[in-house]
Design a protein around this ligand. Structure first.
Ligand code: GLV
Ligand code: MN
Ligand code: MN
Length: 391
């Protein structure tokens, strides 16, 4: 299962560069269609570019599993694909056992979950559930200025069709996403998710005056790099103070010349917290500290929210059911990572299975999971599907 997928979209610096509607992501879509065809599963692409492979007649009450195939820049092999690979293998397992589901089963792949290309995480599931305005989505741009609408058209998809899709959403009876755990919290091979921390992304635009590095007196400078530097330090300090997490992992500098004071810095803040009040507190504090620094350095500052994901508490009865199916002693843990399951949880009963991550490393080429744990994940998912399709 992994071998053909493993070669798709390798990033020059290691890991994968599979981003919404790029060539690598289109190749992942083809991989998905091939795996579905091998199994005689009918495939569909919905209005928002999400993929569906059906075991049984597509229709309401479906037990849906799956994940995403896109990656962060230089992402690992497991974040996303493990849930899709495991879904196909769990179906193989149930078929080998002679199980005929009484409810339709679907394997779903949600589009641009990481938001690595167009900035908004969980793009496909947000559009599907109506959580993202389609006009805003069409106008989102990638780092090269290509809009989502243009990227979809180039890939042969219709951007005018994107938006809330109740017909597709109404077929989902429940959604169970299997995912690699992304920290060191899971010490057993398989666990269940209780909750997702609220999180979001903020774009910081810092502007100043481009000038000569050798002739501009310190007193005359309006250097946005300094304000940006204060913002990075504030993010760490305020995160520690509030018990939140705050990260600056992406930055652009213009014109990016060694011997020139920059004209503009653009940076993205990713912040997460155990509750929404703390998330609001940490992001406001970072913004206030940055505004103070901006005044001191006489730079311009503009802050805008790019995507917000509220706190998610996964469906208690569904989790109870999964726990009973899996024998009752499965560890239950929250996560600071975002997932399409979190978006879908607003409209359908949703659960997540986690597979142990021995190093805890994720969003990195070094992400790994052991074969034995991945197999345990497939077995757990197969048991869960078998239980859910035979109510
Ligand atoms: C997605 O993996 C996220 O948590 O950003
Ligand atoms: Mn991820
Ligand atoms: Mn993921």
């Amino acid at each position: 299962m992994w071998r053909p997928l493993a070669e798709i979209g390798r990033a020059p610096g290691g890991g994968y560069a599979r981003h919404g509607w790029n060539d690598a992501e289109l190749a992942c879509r083809a991989w998905f269609a091939e795996r579905a065809a091998e199994r005689g599963l009918a495939t569909e692409t919905d209005r928002n570019g999400n993929l569906w492979a059906w075991w049984g007649e597509p229709g309401p009450g479906a037990v849906v599993t799956g994940s995403h195939l896109d990656s962060v820049p230089s992402g690992g092999a497991f974040d996303g694909p493990l849930g899709v690979v495991s879904a196909f293998l769990a179906i193989d397992q149930l078929r080998a056992e002679g199980i005929t589901p009484r409810r339709p089963v679907a394997v779903a792949v949600f589009c641009e979950e990481e938001g690595a290309r167009f900035g908004v995480a969980c793009l496909g599931s947000r559009l599907l559930t109506g959580a993202l305005d389609p006009a805003r989505a069409r106008a989102l741009t990638d780092p090269h200025g290509v809009t989502l609408a243009e990227a979809m058209r180039a890939a042969g998809a219709d951007p005018d069709a994107i938006g809330p899709d109740p017909e597709t959403a109404n077929r989902i009876g429940c959604y169970v996403e299997l995912h690699i755990e992304q920290g060191r919290a899971l010490t057993e091979p398989v666990g269940l998710a209780s909750a997702i921390w609220p999180h979001g992304r903020w774009k910081y635009d810092f502007s100043g005056s481009a000038d000569h590095a050798g002739t501009t007196r310190i007193a005359d400078r309006r250097d946005p790099m300094l304000t940006f530097a204060r913002m990075v330090i504030a993010a760490r300090a305020r995160a520690i103070e509030t018990g939140a997490l705050a990260t600056v992992g992406r930055v652009l500098c213009e014109p990016n010349g060694t011997n020139a004071i920059p004209a503009r810095i653009t940076a993205w803040l990713d912040a997460r917290a155990p509750d929404e009040a703390t998330l609001t507190a940490v992001t406001r504090a970072i913004e206030a500290d940055t505004a103070t620094a901006s005044r001191a350095h006489r730079t311009g500052l503009d802050v805008s929210a790019e995507s917000l994901s509220p706190a998610v508490d996964f469906d208690g009865p569904l989790r109870g059911r999964l726990s009973a199916i899996l024998g009752g002693s499965v560890p239950v843990l929250p996560t600071g990572a975002g997932h399409d399951a979190g978006v879908l949880a607003a409209v359908v009963p949703t659960a997540m299975l986690f597979v142990r991550n021995p190093t805890g490393v994720s969003h990195s080429p070094a992400e790994s999971a052991g074969d034995g744990d991945c197999a345990a994940g497939v077995r757990a998912l197969a048991r869960v599907l078998a239980g859910l399709v035979d109510p």
